[in-house]
Design a protein. Structure first.
Length: 533
C-alpha cells in the first residue's frame, strides 16, 4: 500500500495495524497560528493585533450603521406611506359623504383598526418577536462556544469571579477602571457567574429579551392607554426604529433595555399613584447604571415626595446594606467611595473611567458632542494607533465649552419645565409626551451616551405612532422626519455622521418637537371641562 508522505507522523499502535487510516482534515490557518503563538513559534506584534482589532471594530461599526440606517429608512417610508394612506382614506370619506358621514368614518376606522389589531395580528407579531429574540440571543452564546470575542460579557464574568473570590472589583488598569458600575451590579454578576461563562451569557440575553418585551408593552400602554395598547402598530414601528440599538445591547452585553423597562414601569406606577413602587424601580435602575438617578429632579419638581423618598431609601439600601453580608461594612464603604470618586471624574482629558472614548464619535451626549465640535480633541482616540481625526469648528478653552454645555443644559431643562401642564390639567396623552421628553432629556444630559443607550427612543417613537393613528401627529411629524433623516445619514457616512453628532442632534430635534406638542396639548386642555369631569 502506498504511503502518503508527511513530515509529522504519530506512532501507530498494534491495534491500528491492518486498519484503514483516516486522513484528518487540515486545521485552519488561524487555529494553527493561534497554537504556535502560544508555544512561542509564531510572533505577532502587539501593534498588529491592536490594528487588527481596530479594523474589526470599524467594520462592525460600519455594519451596525448600515443596519440602523436601513431600518430607519424603511420605518420612515412605512410611516409616511401609512400617513398618506390615512389622508387619502379621509379625503375619500369626505368626498363620498353620506347623511351620516361621521358614523361611516368611525365605522370604517374601527374596521381598519380591527384588521390590524386582531388577535391573529398580535400572535404573528409575538412569533416574529420570539424568532428575532432567539437569533439575537444565539449569536453571543455561539461566540462563547466558539471561543470568539465576548465583548462586555467577559468583563461581567470576570467581575463576578472577583466578587466571589473576595477580590477588589475597582482597580486601575491602563489608567482606568475596567468595571465602572455600582457595587450592587457586581453582586448580581457574582451570582450569575456561578453558571459559567456561557451560562452567564444565556441568562443575560434572556433578561434582555424579557426587558425588550416589557418595554414594548409598557411603551404601548403609556402611548395609547389600555385599549389602544392592543394596536399592532404601537409595537412594530417603535421597535423597528430602534432595532439596531436593541441589537447592540445583545451584541455588547449592555443592560440598557433593562433600564428602559424599569423606567417605563416607574412611569406606569406614577400614573397609577403607586409612588413607592415608582421610586423603587428607578432606584434599581440607578443601582445597575448610575445615570437614571437624574430622574429624582423630575420627581421633586412634580412633587412626587413619596416617590423621591422611596428612591433615596431604596438606593441607600442597595448601595450600602446589600453589599455588607458579602463584603463587610468597611469594604462596602470603600467600594462605594472608589466607585463614586471614579465616576465623578471630569477633565479636559475625559469623563469618568472612559478617558479614551469620552469625546469620540461613539459618545453622543451633549458633553461629548460639544467638546468634539468646539475643542481640538481627537474624535477617534479609542482606536489603535492611527492618524488623529479632528472635526471641531473652533478651538475654545475647556472652561468655555463647559459654560456652553451648562447653558444648553439649563435651557433644555427650562424648556421642559415651561411646557409642562399644571397638575390639574394633566391627561394620559400629556403624561405620555412628558415622560418621552424626560427620557430624551436624560439621553442628552448624561455624560456618557453611547449608541445602545438610544433604545430609550422606543417610548418617543411609540407616542409619535399613536399620534399618527389618531390623526393628531402631523405637527410633530415635521420634527420627526428630519430626525429620522439624521439617523439615516449613517447610511452614506457610517462614521462621519456620528463624528458630528447625528444621533445627538436627532434626539434634540425630537425633544423640540415633543416640547411643541406638549405645549399644544397644554393649550388645548380646558380647565372648566376638566373641573366638570
Amino acid at each position: 500500500m502506498k504511503r502518503a508522505s508527511c513530515k509529522l507522523r504519530t506512532p501507530t499502535s498494534k491495534a491500528q495495524i491492518g486498519t484503514k487510516r483516516v486522513r484528518r482534515s487540515p486545521r485552519p490557518l488561524w487555529s494553527r497560528c493561534l497554537t504556535l503563538h502560544h508555544v512561542g513559534q509564531c510572533h505577532v506584534s502587539r501593534e498588529s493585533l491592536e490594528k487588527r482589532r481596530s479594523t474589526v471594530a470599524l467594520q462592525n461599526a460600519s455594519a451596525y450603521g448600515m443596519l440602523a440606517t436601513t431600518a430607519t429608512f424603511w420605518s420612515a417610508a412605512l410611516l409616511c406611506r401609512f400617513w398618506i394612506a390615512r389622508r387619502d382614506f379621509h379625503a375619500k370619506s369626505l368626498k363620498n359623504r353620506s347623511p351620516f358621514p361621521r358614523i361611516v368614518v368611525q365605522a370604517d376606522r374601527s374596521a381598519l383598526n380591527r384588521r390590524f389589531a386582531s388577535s391573529l395580528g398580535m400572535r404573528v407579531l409575538l412569533l416574529i418577536f420570539i424568532v428575532t429574540a432567539i437569533v439575537f440571543s444565539a449569536l453571543p452564546v455561539l461566540r462563547c462556544l466558539c471561543g470568539r470575542t465576548l465583548m462586555d460579557y467577559k468583563l461581567w464574568y470576570d467581575t463576578g469571579r472577583h466578587m466571589l473570590a473576595d477580590h477588589e472589583i475597582y482597580f486601575f488598569r491602563s489608567g482606568k477602571y475596567d468595571f465602572m458600575y455600582p457595587p450592587p451590579c457586581a453582586i448580581f454578576l457574582a451570582g450569575a457567574s456561578l453558571l459559567g461563562q456561557c451560562g452567564l451569557i444565556l441568562l443575560l440575553v434572556a433578561i434582555n429579551s424579557v426587558s425588550w418585551l416589557c418595554s414594548a408593552w409598557l411603551s404601548a400602554i403609556l402611548a395609547g392607554g389600555e385599549y389602544d395598547a392592543r394596536n399592532v402598530w404601537l409595537y412594530v414601528f417603535p421597535s423597528l426604529l430602534v432595532i439596531v440599538y436593541i441589537w447592540s445591547s445583545y451584541h455588547l452585553g449592555q443592560p440598557n433595555l433593562v433600564l428602559l423597562a424599569l423606567m417605563l414601569g416607574a412611569f406606569v406606577a406614577l400614573r397609577a399613584n403607586h409612588e413607592i413602587l415608582a421610586g423603587g424601580l428607578i432606584a434599581v435602575a440607578a443601582a445597575i447604571k448610575a445615570f437614571p438617578v437624574m430622574a429624582i429632579v423630575y420627581l421633586l419638581y412634580r412633587r412626587y415626595w413619596t416617590a423621591a423618598i422611596s428612591l433615596i431609601v431604596t438606593l441607600a439600601v442597595l448601595l450600602l446594606i446589600l453589599p455588607m453580608p458579602f463584603r463587610g461594612f468597611e469594604r462596602a464603604w470603600r467600594d462605594l467611595e472608589k466607585w463614586s470618586a471614579g465616576m465623578l471624574k471630569y477633565s479636559a482629558a475625559g469623563v469618568a473611567q472612559r478617558p479614551m472614548r469620552s469625546y469620540t464619535w461613539k459618545n453622543q451626549s451633549l458633553v461629548s458632542v460639544s467638546n468634539r465640535l468646539l475643542r481640538h480633541v481627537d474624535a477617534d482616540a479609542a482606536s489603535a494607533p492611527h492618524q488623529p481625526i479632528y472635526v471641531n469648528f473652533t478651538d475654545l478653552k475647556f472652561s468655555a465649552v463647559n459654560a456652553i454645555v451648562i447653558g444648553i443644559a439649563l435651557g433644555l431643562g427650562l424648556l421642559f419645565i415651561a411646557v409642562m401642564p399644571a397638575r390639574a390639567l394633566r391627561t394620559g396623552e400629556s403624561d405620555a409626551t412628558e415622560f418621552a421628553l424626560l427620557l430624551l432629556l436624560m439621553l442628552m444630559l448624561t455624560p456618557l451616551s453611547f449608541g445602545y443607550f438610544f433604545s430609550w427612543l422606543m417610548l418617543p417613537f411609540a407616542v409619535i405612532t399613536q399620534r399618527m393613528l389618531v390623526g393628531k401627529g402631523y405637527a410633530i411629524l415635521w420634527w420627526t422626519l428630519p430626525a429620522l433623516a439624521l439617523l439615516a445619514a449613517c447610511l452614506v457616512f457610517p462614521r462621519g455622521a456620528q463624528f458630528y453628532g447625528n444621533t445627538f442632534f436627532a434626539t434634540l430635534l425630537l425633544f423640540i418637537g415633543f416640547s411643541i406638542e406638549l405645549l399644544h396639548c397644554k393649550q388645548r386642555t380646558d380647565p372648566v371641562q376638566l373641573a366638570a369631569t
